[in-house]
Each structure stands twice: as structure tokens, then as C-alpha cells.
Design a protein. Sequence first.
Length: 386
Amino acid sequence: MGIERLVEGSIGPAFAIASDGRIVAVNTAAADLIGQPARELLNQYCGDVVNALDGAGERLCRADGCPTLEALAGGRPTDLSWCAWQTPDGVHLPVSATAVAIPSDARPDSTAGLILLHVAAAHTGSKDAAAAPLAGEIRVQLFGRPECTRDGVVQPVPRRRAFELLALLAFAGNRGLDRERICEILWPDPSGGSERTHLRVLLHTLRQSLGRDVTEAVDTDDRGRLRLANDIRVDIVAFERGATALQQCDPATHVGAGAEGRLGEIDVLLSLYVGDLDEAAQFGSWVLPYRERLHSLYLGLLNEATRLAARAGDGARAMDYCRRAAAADPLQEEFQIALIAAYGQLGRPRDAVAQYDLYQRRLASDLALQPSMAVQRALRQAVHGA
């Protein structure tokens, strides 16, 4: 998976820069924020076109150094100090940004930086502008708190059931689902034949909120199958495809600079997983097996990332992955052992004891069990080195 595909597959505005600050890849959402066509941005220097501002409204790009390149030098995902983005027409949009270091495909010894942006809100100057047809790239976030963005700007989607419809169609893929089956899943309790009306209302709500149709007909028969439009990008789809591709890829022949290159791609996928699918438990029971599969893929990525970081001698990075895995599945013994061991390797025996005590209490409370001998051995090794 090359840097261009990672940028294009990102759920929000994203671009990549080389180690000298030149832009080497950019997606449509980021190009629209910058105000130039994507192809014209390639090989331009980031500092010449990026209008990121700090909390005081000052431009972050400076002559005496690049804070983004400095953050990338650390080699691990870093939240940047970007607070706002100045659009070409002078509007300041609240933003946050994360930098992920990824070895270059062309030169394994050269690191490219993937910059992932999130625009928190949109501002418009008139009712006419707000009512104008919206024609832009639509991205759907279903991990954590659901939201839809158009060209990187969050759009209001008032109906919770609309997000459930988007999730349902995302999992259905190109084959789509017929309208009757959609109604059966979303409204399992018959309500006098009004389910079709409810579906039409949902589709209208999405069209009004996002300024365009997000579904298309698969065929024209009586079943009327629907699927998501091909250009709608959904985080759960990008995550599942990317994680599955990594599982099927031999690490020995993987693109990039060995383990570091694979870790970089894992970091990009992990950045999509900002929370469980339907973490507020508002969707129907149909979502449970899909949520479990995505959660399992997430834990698998964290597990592999922990091993790769530990093998590379980066104890702090390995511990960060361990903490995230243990928080996602606090009863999984493997993650507890790895986290306790990481604390020991970093010379933090008190933290190892605290983690063991936390796991012991959780295990006793939830399962009426005590930590296994393997966990106890990990604790002794972390505290006493034997």
C-alpha cells in the first residue's frame, strides 16, 4: 500500500510530505481546503501553501524551522499544534491534525509524513450560501461518534437512523440491498406498511443534509436494490479493507522500510478507529457481528504493532500500543502480560504493579477469577528482573 493510496483512502483531508517538505500526495478534500487543484500541489513546498494557524491565530509555518517536520522526526503518530485553517477567502476553520511518519516507497531511507486533518465546523456568510447545492466529496465516519463531512467540513445529519442506513449499505458493498430487506432490518417491528415511507424520509434527510444523493439504484427491477454511491468514502470500509490486506500481505515482502514501513501503515489504519462501531449502542442487533469483526481486526493490528515496536527496541511505542489494546479488551491476558512486561523494560516497576492490581480487580469483579501464573510471572520479571 503506497503513500498515495493511504492519502486517498483517508477519511478526511490528508496530504503527504517528503523529508524536505515537498507535497508528494494530496487528496481532493485537502486540495479544496488549500484552494488549488491536487495535481498543481504536487512538489510544492508545504510551507508555501498550507495555512495552519496556532491558538493565537499566527501562521505556524516559519522560516527558522518546520514544526510538522520536527514532529515527524519522532517517528510515531503526533498530534500537531494546529488550531485553525485559513481558507483562501480568509475564513478561519477550527481544525486538528495528526502527523504519521511513513517510510517513502521510492527511497526506503527517506521518511514521508502523512498529515491527517479534521475540520470541526463550517462557517457560512449568508442564507443563500447555506441553501446552495453542495457538490463535494462526501466522507462518512461510523467509528466512535458518527458524522458526515463534505470536503472535510462536518455536515449536520439530524437523524440517528440515517447513520444506521449508511452503515448497513457500507457493509452491503457493491451488491447493495433491496429496499424491502433494508426496511426489515431498520424497522423490524411492522408499523402498518409505513416502512417504505420511513426509508424515503431517511434518503431525503441525507440528500438535504449533504446536498446530493449518497445512494444509487443497482438495478431497475421491482426489488429496487440500493447501494452507496461509488465515490462515498466510509471509514469502516477503508479500515476493514486495509486491515484485511495487511493480514494477507507477507511482512517480508511488504512495501516500505521493513518493520517501520508496516508500522506506519498500521498507524494510519489505527487512526481511523476512533471508537467502536455504534459505541452508543443505537443501531439494531444486526450490527453486532460486524462490530465484533472490526474490533477483532483492531486488536489484531495493535497486537502486531506491539510486537514490531518491541522487536525494534522502541519500548515506549510498544507500551503505547499495549495500553490501547488493554483498554479495548481489558480481560485479554495477552495484552496485560505485554503491558506489564513493557513497564518492566522501561524501568517502571510501580506502574507494572499498578497495572497488575487493576487487572486483578477487574478479573475478580467480572469473572470471579485470579490472574494466571503467566501474568504473575510477567509481574515478577517486571519488578525483580527474574
